[in-house]
Ligand binder design. Structure first.
Ligand code: PAF
Length: 282
């Protein structure tokens, strides 16, 4: 596995692959890799000749008081996992490569408003602007033919699809279903923050969402009532609920017509740890 930390190291490798007619897939990550990330790498392998994984903890997508400083940085073990997972090139840019003029002077993108201001956007107002800003930079630096994103961050996946569409990137976005622990808990770097008691509660998040999907399938089910019931069940486990929402799967709008694809999405706090999860809802 090759390694690059800046443009000078990255571009000759990418250009060589291009000359050889090889396709490339990018797997953007913030490191602290787990089986969910390795599944993204494996998915990339299925579609492209060469797989590039980026590791960069992006400051512009963390809000004030969020866990940027505390976010786990585990480079040595990440490199070993990527090597074993069949990654061809790991791109570990430094701050200067990503934001050459510094954060204060950096150009920033704004994510599509309707998509980015709801759900996560309500609780993390600038988060998706930071995500599209860094993902656009990664796309520009790496120039991949495709990029893989997990459905675990479902809203992020839709925001990135819109970025590609709106900015005219010739990059195919490959989604991948959420990888879960045997309990159903969605794999996340933030699961590392959970102590045993909070982990027990966290493991119920997915069960409660699955139950809500079942309820929604009953004749005459009202989405708002199903949402409120799921919120009550989450609260009963001791979690603090940010939202449970049943939305149109394509654009997160309200489910105002029948026959549309729906998604149920939730965010809740287990102690100091904020967890998100989602499922297809029909
Ligand atoms: O999903 C993530 O890990 C991050 O939001 C991403 C896409 C790597 C951008 O920093």
């Amino acid at each position: 596995m090759q390694q690059a930390e800046n443009r000078e190291q990255l571009w000759p490798l990418i250009k060589q692959w291009r000359r050889e007619g090889l396709t490339t897939a990018l797997v953007p990550t913030m490191g602290n890799l787990h089986a969910g990330h390795l599944a993204l790498v494996a998915e990339a392998r299925k579609h492209a000749d060469r797989v590039i994984t980026s590791i960069y903890v992006n400051p512009t997508q963390f809000g004030e008081g969020e866990d940027f400083g505390q976010y786990p940085r585990t480079l040595e073990s990440d490199l070993q996992k990527l090597e074993e997972g069949g990654c061809d090139l790991v791109f570990i840019p430094d701050q200067h490569t990503m934001y050459p003029l510094g954060l204060g002077e950096a150009m920033r993108l704004s994510a599509a408003p309707a998509l980015s201001s709801v759900l996560e956007g309500t609780f993390r107002p600038d988060h998706f602007d930071g995500v599209v800003t860094v993902v656009a930079r990664l796309f520009n630096l790496v120039g991949p033919d495709m990029a893989v994103f997990g459905e675990k961050d479902y809203q992020q996946l839709l925001v990135i699809r819109r970025l590609v569409e709106d900015m005219g990137y010739d990059i195919r976005i490959l989604p991948l279903a959420t990888v879960r622990e045997s309990s159903g808990l969605a794999m996340s770097s933030r699961n590392n923050y959970l102590d045993q008691a909070h982990r027990n509660a966290a493991e119920l998040l997915n069960t409660i969402l699955r139950r809500a999907v079942d309820r929604l399938s009953a004749k005459g089910a009202v989405p708002e009532i199903v949402e409120r019931e799921a919120e009550d069940e989450l609260r009963a486990t001791g979690m603090k609920v940010d939202y449970v929402a049943i939305r149109r799967a394509d654009d997160l709008g309200m489910p105002d017509k029948i026959g549309l694809r729906l998604r149920i999405l939730a965010a809740a706090w287990c102690g100091e740890t904020r967890l998100i999860d989602n499922l297809p809802a029909n």
